[in-house]
Design a protein around this ligand. Structure first.
Ligand SMILES: N[C@@H](CCC(=O)N[C@@H](CS)C(=O)NCC(=O)O)C(=O)O
Length: 259
């Protein structure tokens, strides 16, 4: 994509599912933009500096002289600036349902998928190193020692920041992921089609699929290490579920990328 220097600038984490939510929106709407990947946890001070102390999470979008620090706010702004290929339903009641579902998946599914991935990678240093190494700059990426050290750092960071060491928190995350799949299936049953709200792809579908990508690992999603064995034992029976298949189909049908 040829990007101009005044095009919006996306600061993102390549493996992050919240970053994927915004990358997907930008690609879906074919918004010309620039991207800057940052390695966690370096993104936190970067976010703090760019937002002048207002936030420390990624993704961030610098657009029209403003900095947007939350994926929901970013999509709302893009929807106004680029109304073509809408992600918001035109019917006000449907829009309200789509936004409620976006919030549900943001608050319930996203944190659970992240916590469980970090929790189960604790006992698999190779998977942790692989996850983090993919985000290191190329010279450091090829050093096994640097990747392992970065993996150890990632583990300590996740334990401190997300509480991923806790077995109770992991149990709650498993329950939240199952609840998320139940919710998707209930909404699909209620609507009788392939979409969570109405009969078109909306922000609700995009958010649910992007935030479940760490568990489902669709080929069109962020590149992630294979789930460690303990995570796979939890996921194996879920692979049969309609909601799991629906995430894969939603990516396959709608995760367009610019040529
Ligand atoms: N509500 C935020 C959540 C974003 C988020 O949690 N980003 C993570 C990366 S996956 C992050 O930057 N975490 C740093 C932290 O929570 O301290 C959004 O929707 O953009």
């Amino acid at each position: 994509m040829g990007a101009a220097t005044d095009d919006p600038l996306l600061w993102h984490l390549p493996i992050s599912h919240y970053s994927e939510k915004v990358r997907w929106t930008l690609d879906y709407k074919a918004v010309p933009h620039r991207r800057r990947p940052v390695t966690p946890p370096a993104h936190m001070p970067v976010a703090y500096a760019i937002t002048r102390g207002r936030g420390y999470t990624f993704p961030l979008l610098q657009i029209d002289g403003r900095v947007l620090g939350d994926s929901t706010e970013i999509i709302a702004t893009l929807e106004k600036r680029h109304p073509e290929r809408p992600l918001y339903p035109s019917d006000p009641e449907a829009l309200q349902r789509a936004l409620e579902l976006e919030e549900y998946f943001d608050e319930t599914t996203g944190p659970a998928a992240r916590l469980l991935a970090f929790h189960e990678m604790r006992s698999d240093p190779d998977a942790m190193a692989e996850a983090v190494a993919g985000m290191l700059p190329p010279p450091a990426r090829s050093s096994e020692r640097v990747a392992m050290a970065a993996g150890q750092f990632g583990k300590a960071f996740a334990a401190l920041r997300y509480g991923s060491d806790s077995d109770e928190a992991a149990d709650a995350a498993r329950a939240a992921l199952i609840e998320s799949l139940d919710r998707i299936e209930a909404e699909l049953d209620a609507g009788g089609g392939d979409y969570l709200v109405g009969d078109e792809f909306t922000v609700a579908d995009l958010t649910a699929a992007a935030l479940l990508a760490p568990a489902v690992q669709p080929p069109e999603g962020p590149k992630l290490p294979e789930p460690p064995p303990a995570y796979e034992r939890f996921l194996a029976p879920l692979r049969e579920r309609r909601a799991f298949e629906w995430v894969k189909q939603t990516f396959a049908r709608h995760r367009s990328r610019p040529d």
